[in-house]
Design a protein around this ligand. Structure first.
Ligand code: IPM
Ligand code: MG
Length: 348
């Protein structure tokens, strides 16, 4: 029997993962569940954002359903003790180097997008974000420079093997869709980006059936709001992917709608909404559970090889939204639980 680790985390994490778990139980995916503390919640209890027991559970599990971590009260802690260290540690420890972030506008949500409906309607893209390298994991620190000023630094670096393996995920993802891949970098300024571009071009020799193009990240940010319909699969580094995926989410209606999958070499993956812990609305039943529920669907598809149930869940979310039920982020007034109930009712 497959084991799903549930790591609810902080803020709205527990509320939204609870709804996702109910949906997983309702489709009868045959998995069992174990929960553990992570992030600020784990720090308060154990003094560590990613306690050894939680990491051990994640390593034992076939898949991890993650909520969100972080709250302002932890922002002054030493970096290793902040809630964010938990998600970064899980990605690194589990070798989850590929982050898939699909952005699609559900019918009926045209009005919720930050873009005009006729532009928003066309969004249906996947950002393939590299997740265990780049400026996130390079050397970082503080020192005094020659002028005696305090200097903070974070090294942005990629090696060719890291680039090649994420490029392959980009090309493979493009093969499952329209066979178009846009690689986003800043090769006009950054040396790590020039290597990125060179290696992506080299890997493309194995994917002659995929049309590859390159775009600078500033232009990509602009094109994403000008004409998001031009994108299908985008492959990019950790930092650029972090920023562009938040931007893509608002184009698609709400950050409360977007799921993600973090994958490595094997079938084990970590699934989380791309939104954060939203401490301002935590515990009030206002959060949109759709991103977490759609993350559960991605979990079934990528880690449990259960495509039928993944599609059932995605169709249920679409029907629930089409029925007009909306949480506050989408301009409605229903609660987290009511949204979860509506999705459950629409499971075919
Ligand atoms: C995300 C988040 C994380 C990131 C934070 C919480 C460390 O913003 O998953 O996009 O920057 O990767
Ligand atoms: Mg982010």
């Amino acid at each position: 029997m497959a084991l799903i680790a549930i790591l609810p985390g902080d803020g709205i994490g527990p509320e939204v993962t609870a709804e996702a778990r109910r949906v997983l139980e309702a489709v009868g995916c045959g998995a069992r569940f174990e929960e553990a503390l992570v992030g600020g919640a784990a720090y308060l209890e154990t003094g560590m954002p990613l306690p050894p027991d939680t990491l051990a559970l994640a390593k034992r599990a076939d898949a991890i359903l993650f909520g969100a971590v972080g709250a302002p009260q932890y922002d002054t802690l030493e970096r290793a003790f902040r809630p964010e260290a938990a998600i970064l540690g899980l990605r690194k420890e589990l070798g989850l180097f590929a982050n898939l972030r699909p952005s699609k506008l559900f019918a009926g949500l045209e009005g919720a997008s930050a873009l005009r409906p006729e532009i928003a309607r066309d969004i249906d893209l996947v950002i393939v974000r590299e997740l265990t390298g780049d400026v996130y994991f390079g050397e970082k620190g503080r020192k005094l420079n020659d002028a005696g000023h305090r200097l903070g630094f974070d090294i942005m670096a990629y090696d060719e093997a890291e680039i090649a393996r994420i490029a392959r995920v980009g090309f493979e993802t493009a093969r499952t869709r329209s066979r178009r891949l846009v690689s986003v970098d800043k090769a006009n300024v950054l040396e790590s980006s020039q290597l990125w571009r060179d290696v992506v071009n080299e890997v493309s020799a194995d994917y002659r059936d995929v049309a590859l193009s390159h775009m600078y990240v500033d232009n990509a940010a602009m094109q994403l709001v000008r004409n998001p319909g031009q994108f299908d699969v985008v492959v990019t580094g950790n930092l650029f992917g972090d920023i562009l995926s938040d931007q893509a989410s608002m184009c698609a209606g709400s950050i409360g709608m977007l799921p993600s999958a973090s994958l490595g070499e094997g079938s084990r993956g970590l699934y989380e909404p791309i939104h954060g812990s939203a401490p301002d609305i935590a515990g009030q039943g206002k959060a949109n559970p759709c991103a977490a529920i759609l993350s559960a669907a991605m979990l079934l598809r990528h880690s449990l090889d259960d495509v039928p149930n993944a599609e059932r869940i995605e169709a249920a979310v679409a029907r629930a939204l089409a029925s007009g039920v909306r949480t506050a982020d989408l301009g409605g007034s229903c609660s987290t639980r009511e949204m979860g109930d509506t999705v459950l009712r629409h499971l075919a």
